[in-house]
Ligand binder design. Structure first.
Ligand SMILES: Cc1cc2nc3c(=O)[nH]c(=O)nc-3n(C[C@H](O)[C@H](O)[C@H](O)COP(=O)(O)OP(=O)(O)OC[C@H]3O[C@@H](n4cnc5c(N)ncnc54)[C@H](O)[C@@H]3O)c2cc1C
Length: 430
């Protein structure tokens, strides 16, 4: 009987340390380093502030725990990672301090799986050591959710790939040492057979960042971290290919599951933080002679938030447990990752909105982090594939192999079943 909801005491000590460390040493960074790239830009003042914190994390053996031992990591497994990530989700800077920042985690995963020894030495090791950051570039201006519409192409010319086309929302391209780019290498084949992953070093001639797109309306145009990229006869050596020719889609699939589950784990952290704010607010604010906490409509908001967070958290941990069990993105794992991915914007919307609403004007202001959290609602519904696409994955899997009714009435139609049920229990019926 292995259904166990407890954490082993030694690991719990690590989690307790992390909770304190993130709250006291890292969360204050969110208040002072506001630039959108501050948490990833190795040249930002925040990077200098993070250096001693990273050293502390490495000393505790908690650095870059996302890779299994077969890929050169610590082998903590996804369940432990889930418990860690729900603490790290409280701060934009915490994943960087712990060496688990997206998209570097997923990029490290595919470099470890598909990279040549030369690529691993040049890119994987410095990435795992937190010395460089990377970018994953798949989405295009005209297509995201449907890779069948991708147009950016690479053709082999002697021993070089020549890339032409555009990419969109390539996060952290402006600070990355290299980009992993999905390009169509055989337009006569469907994308899952005709695309290839290529490693393009930053600054390669022919690769230009048209604009750094920002999320939300407030930042200056072009001041974000999501690169709109144009390739014009951009040449890279053939050996910059990551994985086999024509298998770019397969390489992409092997990293996206991890990215999605880690987003969900960190979302638990955001939800818990919103809940902490909400709890303090309702026991502090007095209106009409009593605390907000004493009003039943407020109590309903607290109870609903608690229940939704717990349901979501257990679902995330269940998906993590499945991934540890199967050690692969099996059908079961993919279904549960899609289910939590699809649930994420909904639970964020409900909980963060209640927290924001209960704070009144203060909640809407820029004097708490609630409006920052609100931004995650649409973001989590789009990043790594829109909600609809994940619901399709879940529904298709759930309906696989389900037999249609034999005749006009369903198999659970009471009048049709009654004679058989009566016959079964005839001895007990008058
Ligand atoms: C914060 C953030 C960071 C990102 N970082 C990266 C990155 O680093 N690298 C990268 O390559 N990309 C990145 N992306 C892009 C992301 O992967 C795409 O935005 C996503 O796949 C959706 O593609 P799209 O934006 O082109 O929307 P579209 O594909 O145009 O979809 C728009 C809408 O159409 C509807 N829709 C689409 N498909 C279906 C369907 N099958 N059934 C029903 N409705 C559907 C949905 O409502 C969907 O939201 C990032 C996005 C965000 C928001």
């Amino acid at each position: 009987m292995a259904w166990d909801f407890s954490t082993d005491p030694d690991f719990q000590k690590q989690l307790d340390w992390m909770r304190e460390f993130v709250r006291e040493e890292i969360e204050p960074m969110d208040l002072v380093f506001r630039h959108p790239a501050a948490h990833v830009d190795p040249k930002s003042p925040a990077a200098r502030a993070m250096a001693p914190l990273k050293a502390e994390v490495k000393k505790r053996g908690l650095w870059a725990c996302h890779l299994g031992p077969d890929l050169g990591g610590k082998g903590f497994g996804q369940l432990k990672l889930g418990l860690m990530n729900e603490i790290l989700g409280r701060s934009r800077f915490a994943p960087t301090v712990f060496g688990t920042q997206a998209p570097d985690t997923g990029n490290a995963e595919i470099l470890a799986r598909f990279g040549t020894e030369e690529q691993k030495a040049k890119y994987l090791q410095p990435l795992l050591d937190g010395e460089i950051v990377s970018c994953y570039s798949m989405t295009e201006p005209q297509a995201g959710a449907d890779p069948g519409q991708f147009e950016c192409q690479a053709r082999l010319d002697g021993d070089q790939w020549v890339i032409n086309g555009e990419k969109w929302f390539a996060s952290h391209a402006c600070v990355a040492e290299f980009l992993i780019v999905m390009a169509i290498t055989n337009p006569d084949f469907p994308v899952h057979e005709g695309s290839t992953m290529l490693i393009v070093p930053a600054g390669t001639h022919g690769m230009d960042i048209v604009r750094n797109t920002a999320v939300g309306p407030k930042d200056e145009m072009g001041s974000g971290v999501h690169g709109y990229i144009r390739f014009t006869d951009c040449r890279i050596p053939e050996r910059s290919r990551l994985g086999p020719v024509g298998e770019g889609f397969k390489v992409a699939q092997s990293r996206l599951g991890g990215g999605r589950i880690h987003h969900a784990m960190r979302t638990v952290g955001i939800l818990n933080k919103a809940m902490d704010f909400m709890k303090e607010r309702v026991v502090s604010r007095i209106t009409k002679g009593e605390r907000l906490a004493d009003k039943q409509m407020v109590q309903e908001k607290i109870a609903d938030s608690y229940t939704q967070i717990l349901q979501f958290r257990l679902h995330v941990l269940y998906a993590a447990w499945l991934l540890d069990r199967d050690q692969a993105y099996t059908r079961d794992v993919r279904r549960e990752i899609s289910a939590i991915k699809a649930a994420m914007p909904g639970v964020l919307k409900d909980v963060v909105y209640r927290a924001l609403h209960l704070h009144g004007s203060l909640g809407m202001s820029n004097e708490t982090q609630l409006m920052d959290m609100w931004q995650y609602v649409p973001e989590m519904g789009i990043v790594d594939g829109p909600t609809e696409v994940h619901k399709i994955v879940v529904a298709k899997d759930i309906l696989r192999g389900v037999e249609p009714s034999d005749g006009p009435f369903p198999s659970y139609h009471i009048p049709s079943r009654l004679p058989e049920a009566r016959a079964k229990f005839a001895a007990f019926l008058d």
